[in-house]
Design a protein around this ligand. Structure first.
Ligand SMILES: [Zn+2]
Ligand SMILES: [Zn+2]
Length: 678
């Protein structure tokens, strides 16, 4: 008689269903941890991963239910991968099973053993659609800074910050580092903030490494593609994996290098479910494996910068642009000096308009940055004061002129623009303020004959539209390009010699303490779009229209002085006890009524009472407190010690799960560790 064994299985269940979300099952023979299985739960049949041998086994207690199926076709997930998931689940306060299953390709959870075996056989037959094995192109010569960075990188015993201005050749350093990893027979993982905006990076890797298999992992793939790419990485067939934040969880048995490009970008933080930071997990994973992690940025996050200052990260600098191009001269336009009526009516200050006109005459391009899409942020009735609020959110509905709609950017509600004021019948309702659509229209009127295009989330809807629009810019079919922050990200525009921020001041006075950091990064990145072509660099300019020309942020921008800016910001953060000098977590609650959301947080606060070194602040509404008829409230938890905060959260969370059962009016709650927006 064979003795029945028992295993603990990670299953996608809510956290309160068991310690750490693991459930015990009986099985015929001991299974290797990391094996995919299917398990019965209630009347359902769910996918799971064998996480460990059950604590009290063998023999399995007779009441344990047997596994429904074992997927033997797939090689088990490695201990290293399970440790990463264990760490992330514990740190971000989620269930192990919930996180483990969520980061696998959706199709992997659906296939049975037979179909999975067939997929794998097909991959083995045609394993690698390697890039057409032509001769690798001649590699560009490295400059002195790049060479120094690479030799320091080779001996680095810490995470490496590659701090280099736009155009300083960071990508070449990534390529050489990847090459070194591939030569050692290792895999390289490259994380980018938004894969749709970086086809150029993908192309450069593909071109540099013909004969090697490169796969991408991001949410834009079809489920079948995503499974195929994931399997190629997991089986070790893919040498290079290029992906967005979810790729940090790629199973890679020979992982030897992780690159995080634009490490400061907020999109590395997952904003729902397990709210993990892919950048921070990349650092943890590399440390655990003893491999190099390379964080690249022109404007590092203040967390990363502080670690570099403390020597916990190794800072490697690329200070000059390739080809000797200079950074554009920054010109601040003091809007308070314009005549009053000009401030109201003029789209652009006259000297800026002149500068753009000169560019057009010379056949050069200009980029105009306005971080607000739509035509106008709100419609307004001058007779009764009505404004186009969203009935379901605490936000205005934005006027989109192209399709004559009022759209809520929070809940998606879209309606035809009313002919008259819905409150008083006045026919004269007018847009207030300006979005990219209106700026484009005004510029077309001010610059007769100029080709003015727009790039934002509205103009690029639909497959291939973004590439088409970028193609037109590259081909020189556009004189002036208006757009949101999308403009600033990674595009290599060769003919741009002028970049202007039309109205960036709002972020200076935001309630979000990270808003200035993000604005500075955005403006530096935008400035980097100008003068990529060294021949034009000398006459490249960045213009900023501001009502606060003496603000230190703009002074640092003018000097292209990230370090001075970071030092000033860090001093403020230190004085205020904010990250990176403190650790934060945010408890969010959502309910139909403000009272229900607040009541949950108040009870949660009482539960948190006595944790030394941890401060729990009173519940407050977030900046947009109501979305789609759901009221939101949040509560900040802060500690000078990350360890103390983690200890407190681990002790607090089980109580919150119990508390939730007593708050019937509550819809959802979640804890966000290291929140990016508060
Ligand atoms: Zn009215
Ligand atoms: Zn809404």
């Amino acid at each position: 008689m064979t003795e029945t064994a028992a295993v603990s299985v990670a299953v996608e269940t809510p956290r309160y269903s068991g310690v750490g979300g693991l459930l015990d099952y009986a099985c015929e023979q001991p299974l290797t941890p990391g094996t995919l299985v299917r398990v019965p739960l209630g009347r359902r049949d769910l996918p799971g991963i064998v996480w460990q041998r059950a604590v009290n086994a063998p023999p399995a207690p007779p009441e344990l239910r047997p596994l429904a199926a074992v997927l033997t076709a797939l090689p088990p997930l490695a201990p290293e991968w399970r440790e990463l998931v264990d760490f992330a689940a514990a740190y971000y306060q989620r269930g192990v099973g919930e996180l483990a299953l969520a980061v696998l390709p959706p199709d992997l959870r659906k296939l049975d053993d037979t179909r999975l075996a067939r997929r794998l056989a097909r991959l083995e037959r045609a394993p690698a659609k390697a890039t057409a094995a032509t001769e690798p192109p001649a590699r560009p010569e490295l400059n002195a800074e790049q060479s120094a960075a690479l030799s320091a990188l080779a001996g680095a015993d810490r995470p490496v910050l590659l701090h280099g201005v736009t155009g300083s050749g960071k990508t070449e350093v990534y390529l050489r580092a990847a090459e070194a990893a591939l030569l050692k027979g290792r895999q390289a993982l490259v994380l980018v903030p938004e894969i749709n905006l970086t086809p150029q990076l993908e192309a450069r890797f593909a071109e540099r490494f013909p004969g090697h298999v490169m796969v991408s992992l991001h949410s834009g793939l079809t489920p079948a593609q995503r499974l195929r790419h994931w399997l190629l990485a997991h089986l070790g067939h893919a040498d290079l994996v290029l992906g967005t934040r979810l790729a940090v969880f790629a199973s890679m048995p020979r992982l030897g290098l992780i690159v995080v490009d634009e490490e400061h970008d907020p999109s590395f933080k997952q904003q729902e479910g397990a709210r993990y930071s892919a950048r921070d997990l990349a650092v943890w994973r590399a440390h655990r494996l003893g491999v190099t992690v390379l964080l690249g940025s022109a404007t590092p996050s203040l967390e990363t910068w502080q670690r570099a200052l403390e020597g916990r990260y190794l800072r490697l600098a690329l200070d000059s642009r390739i080809g000797g191009g200079a950074m554009p001269a920054v010109r601040l336009i003091d809007m308070t000096r314009l005549p009053r009526e000009a401030q109201q009516e003029r789209v652009l200050a006259p000297p800026l308009l002149t500068a753009i006109t000169e560019r057009i005459e010379r056949g050069e391009q200009s980029l105009l940055l306005l971080n607000r899409r739509g035509y106008a942020p709100v419609l307004h009735c001058s007779a009764c004061g009505w404004k186009s609020g969203c009935p379901h959110c605490s936000a205005w509905r934005v006027f989109h002129k192209a399709d004559r709609t009022l759209r809520c950017h929070h809940c998606g509600l879209s309606e035809r623009v009313p002919r008259a004021c819905p409150d008083c019948g006045n026919l004269d309702i007018a847009p207030l303020g300006r979005g990219t659509e209106k700026l484009q229209e005004q510029l077309a009127a001010l610059l007769p004959g100029a080709r003015v295009a727009r790039l934002d989330a509205d103009s690029t809807r639909g497959a291939g539209v973004l590439q088409q629009q970028l193609g037109a810019v590259h081909a020189g079919e556009v004189d002036v390009l208006v757009g949101t922050q999308m403009l600033a990200k990674g595009h290599d525009f060769r003919r741009v010699t002028l970049v202007a921020a039309v109205n960036p001041d709002a972020a200076l006075f935001s309630s979000d303490f990270r808003a200035p950091e993000r604005l500075f990064a955005l403006l530096m990145q935008a400035a980097g779009r100008a003068g990529r072509d060294a021949a034009q660099a000398a006459r490249s300019e960045m213009w900023v229209q501001t009502w606060h020309p003496r603000h230190p942020l703009y002074a640092a921008l003018r000097a292209h002085d990230y370090e001075a800016y970071a030092a000033a910001q860090l001093a403020e953060r230190r004085a205020a006890g904010l990250p990176p000098f403190a650790s934060l977590a945010l408890l969010r609650a959502e309910a139909r009524t403000v009272e229900a959301a607040r009541a949950f947080l108040n009870d949660a606060s009482a539960l948190a009472a006595a944790h030394e070194g941890v401060t729990v602040y009173p519940p407050v509404p977030p900046p947009v407190s109501k979305v789609a008829d759901v009221e939101r409230f949040q509560m900040l938890v802060e500690s000078a010690s990350r360890v103390a905060l983690q200890r407190m959260l681990a002790a607090w969370l089980p109580g919150l799960h119990e508390l939730r059962a007593r708050h019937k009016g509550l819809l959802r709650w979640a804890v966000d560790v290291d929140p990016l927006a508060i």
